[in-house]
Ligand binder design. Sequence first.
Ligand code: AMP
Length: 285
Amino acid sequence: MEIVTTIAHLRELLHHYRCEDRSVGLVPTMGYLHVGHQSLMRRSAAENEITVSTVFVNPLQFAPDEDLAAYPRDPDGDAAKAEASGTDLLFMPEHDEMYPTPVQTTVSVGGIAGPLEGRSRPTFFDGVATVVAKLFAIAGPCRAYFGEKDWQQLLVVRRLAADLSLPVDVIGCPIVREPDGLAMSSRNAYLTAADRDAAPVLHRALRIGAQLLESGETDVETVRRAIEAVVAEEPLATLDYAAVVDAETLVAPAPDVAELRLLIAAQVGPARLIDNIGATRSVPA
Ligand code: AMP
């Protein structure tokens, strides 16, 4: 594995590989890698000849009151994990390489970026879309791997690629969880032992909601309230939102829509955690 720190060098290497007709997979991350990130890298390595993973804590996606300075970092550990997971090129640019001058151009996705995370974190998806557009421009034609852990982000990135005709095939990968159901996340590092014990409540609540739907409940508001009630029983968790929506549009599902997504965000101690799960409900034939 080679560590690359400049855009020009990464472009040069990828140009060389493309001339040899080698396919490229891209795995964008903010580092502090865990098994969830590594599952994306392994998938990319299985499906492409060259896997480029990126580690960059993108300041544009943090609001002034969020945890940019405190975001966990472990460049040496990340390099070891990326290499063990099939990464060929690890792109780790410094801030000034990605943003040499104050940013004047940003990318804004409408519609799908509006509700849920978009409502709670109004500048977040513009920050994500801008850095992902840059990474897609740097990487060129490729497959790009994103986790379903960030379901709305996956839809936003798909939309970004489609609307801007970027030559990137966006591929969603399943959520990797701890044995007790907690979705793996770099932010889990913030949890105290007591918070960590409380944190699986997000997944537990989602599963109860999904089970209700799978066992015949069709009213999404009933399901949403059931999810809320589970979280309310955990004193260390404060719910931001619980939503039961059309899995593809993230709006209230029309009566004939069967494929739903249950999404949740909650503060657990110092960490804002998100999670989601899919469920199929029965709809009138
Ligand atoms: P992050 O470093 O948190 O920005 O995440 C980088 C990528 O890894 C995103 O596409 C995430 O959705 C994905 N990811 C993070 N956690 C998980 C997980 N537990 N399972 C699967 N993918 C994940």
